[in-house]
Ligand binder design. Structure first.
Ligand code: NAD
Length: 491
C-alpha cells in the first residue's frame, strides 16, 4: 500500500499498534491483580474450554470444512485441545507445585510462575489445534493470552473470536483477527512470551521483533522431514503408514514425510506398492475421494506446489501437474521417483501432496547430507533392526522421531512437540522418540522449544528461584561479617 487513496501500511500499523497497545495494557493490569495466579481460576478456565468444545464441536467442524475442505474426520482432529485441557486439569496441582531443591536450615525452592501476557500466532493448516493446544498449557501456567489465527482460515478465526469471548475470561483472553498489518502491529508491542507456528521466514520477523523487547520466543516451524526405509523394513507396513499420513489433509502437516530414502534392494517393491496404494485411494485420474483430502491452503500454494512438480525432474509415477485444478485448490496425490537433488522440490519444504522417493544403499552413512542441510522437525525410520535405528537416530538430528510410523509422536500429551535449528526453538530441554511397536521410548536431552502437556506448562512458566534464610536463634548472622570502620578487612 503506498499511493493514491489506499492507506499506507505504516499508518495502518501505527493505528493498530495504538489500539492493541491499549488492549495489552488492560490485560497487563488484570495480570498484575494476580487473578491468573489462582489455581482454582485456571481450572475453571480449562473447564470452560472443554465446555466450549463440547457445546460447539459441530460448529467448529463446519468452520474447518468451510475454510479447508476435507471430511469430519479431519475436523475431528481439531477437537483434540479439549483432551489437552483434561490433561492439564489432571496434572496442574503437581505441575504448579513449588519444588524444594535444597537447604537444611535455609530453604531453597523453585516456584513455577506465569510469565505474564503471551501472544500466540498460528497458521492455517490446523487452525484450532495450533491455537488452542498451546492455549491450554498457557492457561495452566497462569498467563493471559492474545491469539492471532491465520487470515487464510477466516471462518475459523471468526468463530474462534466469538467462542473465546463467550466462554473464557475476556479480561485475560482475546482473539485478534487479521493478516500481515495486524500481526506486524501486535509484534510492535512488548509481550512476555511469543509462540509462533508457521514458516521460517516469518519466524525470523517474529524473533527480530521480540529481540527489541528481550521477549522469549517459541518458534514452531517446519522443514523437510525425511523417511528412511531400510533393507529390513516391512514394506507393506511402511507403504500403508506413509500413504495414510502423507495424503491426509493434502500433505499439509508440519511433520509430514517430505521425501523417502528406500534401500536400493527394496526400491522397486516399495514404489510398486506405493503406486498401487495411491491408485486404490484415488482412482486412475487421481481425483477419487478428492474431497476427503481437503483443499490446498490457497491458490498461491497451488502455484507453489505446481512449480515444485514441474521443475522436479525424475519420473512421475502417479499424479502430476495435469490433474491440478487451481480454482478448486486441488493437487492430486503425486509420487516422483528420483527427482533432481538440486531441484526446488529438494531445496524447500513441500507442504503438499507430493512425495519424492530415492534409492539409498547406506542407511547408516545416509545420502541425506547431500540434501538435508537443515535440522527437520521430524525424522522417520522403518526398520526391524534396532542397531540400524540407533545408528540413524544418532546420525540424523530432528525435533522428534518415529520408528515404523510417521506423525504419531505428535498425539500423546506425554511427548513434547518442538524443533531444532531451522525447525524451531524455545526453552524446554528434551527430544522425544516414539516407536510404533514399543510406544513411548524416552527423551533425549537437547535444547529446543516445545509444548504439549507438561512441556507447554514449563515453556510458558518462569522458574523463579527462592532462597529463604533462617532467623532462628543462633542463625541470625550474615553470610560474612559486616565490615566495621577502622578495622582491617578479613583475609
Ligand atoms: P501462515 O501463512 O498462516 O502464517 C502463520 C501466521 O503468520 C499467520 O497468523 C499470519 O498472519 C502470520 N504472518 C504471515 N506473514 C507474516 C508477516 N510477513 N509478518 C507477520 N506475520 C505474518 O502459515 P504458513 O507459514 O504458511 O504455515 C505453514 C508453515 O508452518 C510450514 O512451514 C509448516 O511446516 C509450519 N508449521 C509448523 C507447525 C509446528 O508445529 N512446528 C505446525 C503447522 C505448520
Amino acid at each position: 500500500w503506498n499511493s493514491g487513496s489506499k492507506p499506507v501500511f505504516s499508518d495502518v500499523c501505527c493505528e493498530l499498534t495504538t489500539q492493541y497497545g491499549e488492549m495489552l495494557e488492560e490485560m497487563r493490569e488484570t495480570f498484575d491483580t494476580g487473578r491468573t495466579r489462582c489455581l482454582a481460576w485456571r481450572k475453571q478456565q480449562l473447564r470452560q474450554l472443554i465446555k466450549m468444545y463440547a457445546e460447539n464441536h459441530e460448529q467448529i467442524a463446519q468452520a474447518v470444512m468451510a475454510d479447508s475442505g476435507g471430511t469430519k474426520l479431519r475436523a475431528a482432529g481439531e477437537l483434540q485441545p479439549a483432551s489437552c485441557a483434561d490433561e492439564c486439569l489432571a496434572n496442574i496441582d503437581s505441575w504448579a507445585r513449588e519444588r524444594w531443591v535444597g537447604g537444611l536450615f535455609d530453604r531453597q525452592y523453585v516456584r513455577p510462575e506465569p510469565k505474564g501476557v503471551m501472544l500466540i500466532i498460528s497458521p492455517w493448516n490446523v487452525p484450532w489445534q495450533l491455537t488452542m493446544r498451546p492455549l491450554t498449557t498457557a492457561i495452566a501456567a497462569g498467563n493471559c493470552v492474545v491469539m492471532k489465527p491465520s487470515e487464510l482460515v477466516p471462518r475459523c478465526a471468526e468463530l474462534m473470536q466469538q467462542l473465546v469471548e463467550k466462554y473464557l475470561d475476556p479480561r485475560c483472553f482475546r482473539v485478534v483477527q487479521g493478516a500481515i498489518p495486524e500481526t506486524t502491529a501486535l509484534l510492535n508491542l512488548r509481550w512476555d512470551h511469543i509462540l509462533y507456528t508457521g514458516n521460517g521466514h516469518v519466524g525470523r520477523i517474529v524473533m527480530a521483533a521480540a529481540a527489541k523487547h528481550l521477549t522469549p520466543v517459541t518458534l514452531e516451524l517446519g522443514g523437510k522431514s525425511p523417511v528412511v526405509v531400510d533393507e529390513t523394513a516391512k514394506i507393506d507396513v511402511a507403504v500403508k503408514r506413509i500413504a495414510l499420513m502423507k495424503w491426509a489433509i493434502s500433505g499439509q502437516i508440519c511433520v509430514n514425510a517430505d521425501y523417502v530414502f528406500v534401500h536400493r534392494s527394496k526400491e522397486q517393491e516399495f514404489l510398486e506398492k506405493l503406486k498401487a496404494t495411491v491408485l486404490s485411494m484415488t482412482g486412475e485420474d487421481g481425483k477419487g475421494r478428492a474431497d476427503d483430502y481437503g483443499l490446498i491452503g490457497s491458490e498461491k500454494h497451488v502455484d507453489r506446489i505446481e512449480h515444485l512438480i514441474s521443475t522436479a525432474g525424475g519420473t512421475i509415477l502417479c499424479g502430476g501437474t495435469e490433474g491440478i485444478e487451481r480454482e478448486n485448490r486441488f493437487v492430486p496425490p503425486t509420487v516422483i521417483q528420483r527427482p533432481n537433488f538440486d531441484a526446488p522440490i529438494m531445496q524447500e519444504e513441500i507442504f503438499g501432496p507430493v512425495l519424492p522417493v530415492f534409492p539409498n544403499s547406506h542407511h547408516d552413512c545416509l545420502v541425506l547430507p547431500h540434501v538435508q542441510q537443515e535440522i527437520p522437525l521430524a525424522f522417520y525410520i522403518f526398520s526391524e533392526s534396532s542397531r540400524n535405528v540407533e545408528k540413524a537416530l544418532n546420525y540424523i538430528q530432528s525435533g522428534g522421531a518415529c520408528v515404523n510410523t510417521i506423525f504419531e509422536h505428535l498425539l500423546p500429551e506425554t511427548l513434547p512437540l518442538g524443533g531444532l535449528g531451522e525447525s524451531g526453538m524455545g526453552a524446554a530441554p528434551q527430544r522425544c522418540l516414539f516407536s510404533a511397536s514399543d510406544g513411548w521410548k524416552g527423551l533425549r536431552e537437547e535444547t529446543f522449544g516445545a509444548y504439549h502437556g507438561k512441556f507447554g506448562f514449563d515453556e510458558f512458566s518462569h522458574r523463579r528461584a527462592v532462597f529463604v534464610k533462617s532467623t532462628l536463634p543462633g542463625m541470625q548472622g550474615t553470610m560474612f561479617p559486616l565490615p566495621e570502620a577502622g578495622k582491617p578487612s578479613p583475609d
